[in-house]
Design a protein around this ligand. Sequence first.
Ligand SMILES: CC(C)=CCC/C(C)=C/CC/C(C)=C/CC/C(C)=C/COP(=O)(O)OP(=O)(O)O
Ligand SMILES: O=P(O)(O)OC[C@@H](O)CO
Ligand SMILES: [Mg+2]
Length: 257
Amino acid sequence: MPSKVSKALNKLVKTQKKGIAWLIDPDKINSDNWNKIAELGNHKNLPDFIFLGGSTYTGIDLNPLVHKIKTLCPTVPIVLFPGSRFQLADEADALLFMSLISGRNPEFLIEQQVEVAERISQSSLEILPTGYLLVNDGEILSVHQQSQTLPLLNTEKQKILQTALAGKLLGMRYIFIDAGSGASSPVSSEIIELVKKRMDQTPLLIGGGLDSLEKIDKTFSAGADLAIIGNAAEKNPDFLVEAIAFKNWLNQRLFIN
Ligand SMILES: CC(C)=CCC/C(C)=C/CC/C(C)=C/CC/C(C)=C/COP(=O)(O)OP(=O)(O)O
Ligand SMILES: O=P(O)(O)OC[C@@H](O)CO
Ligand SMILES: [Mg+2]
């Protein structure tokens, strides 16, 4: 099995560097996004990964989209972040093979995964076993509607820690805590700190509502290894480049110190 993406994620943890993933929603990609991808192809401020997925997308073959992104921006690994089993594409580099462990809906805990296990084990996708937790201040967003689960609250510290640890002990190699796309407040710094302290070498991915450099800074300072940015980049593609430049500056500062 290929290991390019897992190596890159684990390297972030080992070197204490920070990474940024640009989340592209196949349903919403527009001409501004395409222009940005074309620019990225020869830009020094590249995201570490492109995540591809949407909470509601159920439509057509994603391979042509993957192919087009790869042609324009060949050096950035494309990681599938599927809202359902219909969002697979063999031409992507890797797949976040998630189980929604903050919820109790069997469909997203195990059923979706069972349906695709045989297919993906025969593909050349790099499989990233991921415990996926929805955590916010009680806001119900499209991912909650889609998965028919409620988010854990930022105040439910013990429950969130227990859930992340259970995922890790079950062998999930990545923990992704998501406030949900467009969340008005992101995963709290307290939660990120608490979970990060107990993760050892397991990469911690944080996303949802990261729409300012201040929020990204807080997320990284609290211990996130990778920040996922969707809506803010969709609305203002230049924000993505600013966020990446900021992350590069943080990493450089770490190196100098
Ligand atoms: C492993 C396989 C094949 C499927 C996993 C299926 C699971 C467990 C999904 C988790 C629950 C879920 C529905 C996650 C959605 C993740 C996602 C791609 C969010 C992005 O949200 P947007 O589509 O950007 O939100 P908007 O609809 O607001 O744009
Ligand atoms: O669109 P935003 O709010 O950046 O969220 C990204 C992602 O974490 C959602 O699942
Ligand atoms: Mg979206």
